[in-house]
Design a protein around this ligand. Structure first.
Ligand code: C5P
Length: 311
């Protein structure tokens, strides 16, 4: 068949969405709806999932990943958060356009870096572009919040405060260029299990969480030592109670020369703040020599979900 006779190609949109880390994660006692009130500062870091959307006969998801990533824990079909996001936008726009969602993962699965949320955010942005709907940014953020607590942040990226159950996001001033090293675990930790462990440990604690002013000030001034001092995570003790081996990972990072280390979100990924890009490369190498195989160096802050290819 000559080229002029060929079927027109189905348009495909590829969106890249970043991993998130929590520079502080204050957690209060559970609300009536079961969610925990959060006061957090998110940062988007340079580990990405790429999501490609195209018209199809039915809603489906296909998965591929970088070699170090285990895809066994990612649900297929309607239990996949990206499909839920796509269907929600279709319903909102009153469209019946089943979609193939091809996900290429570079963010660890169930690692506390919001990989699923990144896929959902990328799907929302990809479908708004593919379908050329006039969904406003505010509506897209509201739909994102319905899909999951971390999804709105994956849309906006950068550095942002998050309150409510984490879904109410607003950028904060960040004049730093930060260098992170992450150590992934062989096994994921389900977020609900970590919150349940937090409830057990916290008992009847009633304090409402707050974002420390000292952390916001460190970001505004781009002050590395202060940022290292004020990193915090209320879920860390809960994650360590389920996975005591993570204490050794945190120790190893310090031994390798990082300024500070903490569990990322609900874990089990551990994060290390490094002095410079060179220091990050050295810390990464040292951790690999200590026997850790899934170690990445990633800068932050980086952009939120954005279209990278349109064919
Ligand atoms: O919102 P998302 O679907 O990411 O939350 C996953 C689970 O994590 C919730 O079902 C809940 O168990 C727990 N969670 C919570 N409080 C939050 C966010 C998540 O208890 N603020």
């Amino acid at each position: 068949m000559s080229e002029s006779m060929a079927e027109p190609m189905t348009p495909r949109i590829t969106v890249r969405a970043p991993a998130k880390i929590n520079l502080c994660l204050g957690v209060g006692p559970p609300r009536k709806d079961g969610f925990h009130p959060l006061a957090t500062v998110y940062q988007a870091v340079g580990l990405y999932d790429d999501v490609t959307v195209s018209d199809s006969d039915e809603w489906s998801v296909s998965l591929a990943a970088e070699e170090r990533i285990d895809l066994n824990d990612v649900p297929l079909g309607d239990r996949n958060i990206a499909i839920r996001a796509g269907r929600l936008l279709a319903e909102h726009e009153e469209l019946d356009r089943p979609t193939l969602i091809e996900i290429h993962k570079g963010i660890p699965v169930a690692g506390g870096m919001a990989g699923g949320s990144a896929d959902a955010a990328a799907t929302l942005l990809g479908l708004r572009t593919l379908w050329q709907t006039d969904t406003s940014d505010d509506d897209l953020l509201a739909l994102a919040a319905e899909v999951g607590s971390d999804v709105p942040f994956a849309l906006i990226g950068g550095t942002a405060r998050g309150v409510g159950r984490g879904e109410l996001v607003e950028p904060v001033t960040d004049n730093g260029h930060w260098w992170w090293v992450s150590v992934e675990s062989d096994q994921g930790l389900p977020t609900p299990a970590v919150y349940a462990a937090f409830d057990k440990l916290a008992g009847t604690r009633s304090a409402q969480p707050e974002i420390p002013d000292a952390l916001l000030s460190a970001l505004q001034r781009g002050d590395l030592d202060d940022l290292a001092s004020y990193l915090s995570n209320d879920l860390q003790a809960a994650a360590l109670s389920l996975r005591p081996d993570l204490a050794e990972v945190l120790e190893a990072g310090k031994e390798a020369g990082a300024l500070a280390g903490l569990v990322s979100g609900s874990g089990p990924t551990c994060l290390f703040l490094c002095e410079s890009s060179d220091a990050g490369i050295r810390v990464r190498q040292h951790l690999i020599e200590l026997g850790h195989s899934r170690v990445n160096a990633a800068p932050g802050p980086v952009a939120g979900a954005h279209v990278v290819e349109y064919v």
